[in-house]
Every structure is written in structure tokens, then in C-alpha cells.
Design a protein around this ligand. Structure first.
Ligand SMILES: Nc1ncnc2c1ncn2[C@@H]1O[C@H](COP(=O)(O)OP(=O)(O)OP(=O)(O)O)[C@@H](O)[C@H]1O
Length: 252
């Protein structure tokens, strides 16, 4: 059976900083509709790889393909128009706007409405309905009219996720979505990420291995800039080299 084309593919991706190779010849294939996690001990190159894939950094060599097209030379706004959105990329939360208004601004950005169109009553009510639906989805229905600045850290991250989803991405890239969250917010965010798979694809860097184990279809383990192992959580966690790589790291 021919292999289905991956939604995102990296070939020979390499990035050096003044001679130090932080990401070395990484080949990665992210399958459509799956949740794919990048893990690895401190300094393994996760952030650098994530920044390369989302075009925040340029590779020293190698290529990136999204939906079969070479996007290596494209800037972040162009790849987001094509359906690959890094959470918090465009959709930074405006602290003085309330949660509902923040999501509406993101919806407006997606639709690139003209000001006149944006003001039309029917347009406004359909945007309002969609914003309310997205806020419910991330568990912020009751906080819709609170200024973003007043939301807890975890709730702010949920709002960021809602504004990301407002852009209707095919591929969502999440940079440590659970960082700084308490247990309740982690549970809620994990359920939300889980619900995205199928209709969307998720690629995330995440340190919380419990979350990674529960959510991921595929895990790529990096060590010293290289892919050390790839597979399901059961596969990679049983790999002695992976266990070795995590020894002595605070993630162990
Ligand atoms: N701009 C830079 N200049 C020089 N070295 C860098 C730069 N960015 C990253 N590095 C180095 O590249 C290596 C990989 O860093 P990176 O932040 O990608 O790792 P990481 O796996 O995300 O680590 P952590 O889990 O600690 O966030 C590290 O040794 C780091 O010091």
C-alpha cells in the first residue's frame, strides 16, 4: 500500500549557530489527522526544530514541505495562510479586550474583512456566534466578557488556543501547551487537543511526559539535535537509548 503523503515533512533539516549544530539532519514526517509530539532532554534541539518548522528560524540546510509543497523559503504569515498555524503566532492576546473580543479579532483576521463588511449587522452576529462557540469549546464560555488581562495563566492559554482555532488551521503547532498550567487546566487543555485530532493535525513540543503519553499518536525523540527514536509512547519509552538520554535530566 502506498504511504499517504504526510501533511508536514522535514528533509535533512539542519541548523548551526556559529558552528554549533543544534539540529542535525532531521527527517520528520507528520501524518494528517494525528497528534505528534517532539520530546527530548534539555538542549536536545526541540525549540530550534520547532522554530525551523514554523519559519521563525531559517535552516542552514534541508527542506520543509507542507501538503507536498516546499515551504522552506516562505515567511510565517504565508504559511499560516496556507493552513499551518503556530499557536500564539498571530493571535497574541490583547489584554484590554475581553475574551470574546479577542476571538472575534482573530476571526476577522482569518476572513480579512474590510471595515465596512465587518460592521454589517448580519456579519457581526455570525462572527459573534462563532466566537461564542469557540469560547465554549475551550471552556471559556463563562469568562467571555472578562478582560483577557484578568484571566488566570491557564485560562489565557486556553484563550490563545481559541484564537488559534479561529484561524481554522489544518496543522496546529503548539509550543509547550501545558507549560505553567495547574492540573485542572492541563486536563481541560489535553481534552481539547485530543478533540482536534482527526479533523486537524497537531504537532507539539511538550515536556509533560504524562500528557505526551496520553495524547500522542507518534513521538519523535531528539537528542543532541538528532532524531534518536520515533514511534508510539510504548515504543519509545521501552527504548534503552531513550531511557539513557533521559537519565540525569529533570524530565526523567
Ligand atoms: N540562538 C542560539 N545561539 C546559539 N546556540 C543556540 C541558540 N539557540 C539554541 N542554541 C543551542 O542549541 C541547543 C538546542 O537548544 P534548544 O533550545 O533547541 O533545545 P531544547 O530541546 O528546546 O531545550 P529545552 O528543553 O531546554 O528547552 C542548545 O545547546 C542551545 O544552547
Amino acid at each position: 500500500m502506498p504511504e499517504i503523503e504526510p501533511i508536514l515533512e522535514a528533509r535533512g533539516l539542519t541548523r548551526a549557530f556559529h558552528g554549533f549544530v543544534a539540529v542535525s539532519n532531521v527527517n520528520l514526517r507528520v501524518r494528517r489527522g494525528t497528534i505528534h509530539a517532539l520530546i527530548g532532554p534539555n538542549g536536545a534541539g526541540k525549540s530550534t526544530l520547532f522554530n525551523l518548522l514554523t519559519k521563525f528560524l531559517s535552516p542552514s540546510s534541508g527542506q520543509i514541505f507542507f501538503k507536498g509543497k516546499d515551504i522552506t523559503g516562505l515567511a510565517p504569515p504565508e504559511i499560516s495562510r496556507r493552513g499551518m498555524v503556530r499557536s500564539f503566532q498571530i493571535s497574541s492576546v490583547f489584554p484590554h479586550l475581553n475574551a470574546h473580543e479577542n476571538v472575534r479579532v482573530a476571526l476577522q483576521a482569518r476572513n480579512r474583512d474590510t471595515f465596512a463588511f465587518w460592521r454589517s449587522d448580519s456579519r457581526l452576529s455570525s462572527l459573534n456566534a462563532e466566537a461564542a462557540r469557540l469560547l465554549e469549546r475551550v471552556g471559556l464560555g463563562d469568562d467571555a466578557h472578562r478582560p483577557a488581562a484578568e484571566l488566570s495563566y491557564g485560562r489565557k492559554r486556553a484563550l490563545e488556543l481559541a484564537t488559534t482555532l479561529a484561524l481554522d488551521p489544518e496543522l496546529v503547532l503548539l509550543d509547550e501547551p501545558m507549560a505553567g498550567m495547574g492540573r485542572e487546566d492541563i486536563g481541560r487543555t489535553a481534552a481539547l487537543i485530543h478533540s482536534l485530532a482527526g479533523s486537524r493535525t497537531v504537532l507539539m513540543v511538550e515536556h509533560n511526559l504524562g500528557v505526551v503519553a496520553d495524547l500522542s499518536d507518534t513521538i519523535t525523540v531528539l537528542r543532541r539535535g538528532e532524531v534518536l527514536a520515533e514511534g508510539s509512547y510504548a515504543e519509545v519509552s521501552a527504548n534503552p537509548e531513550v531511557q539513557q538520554a533521559y537519565m540525569g535530566s529533570h524530565h526523567a
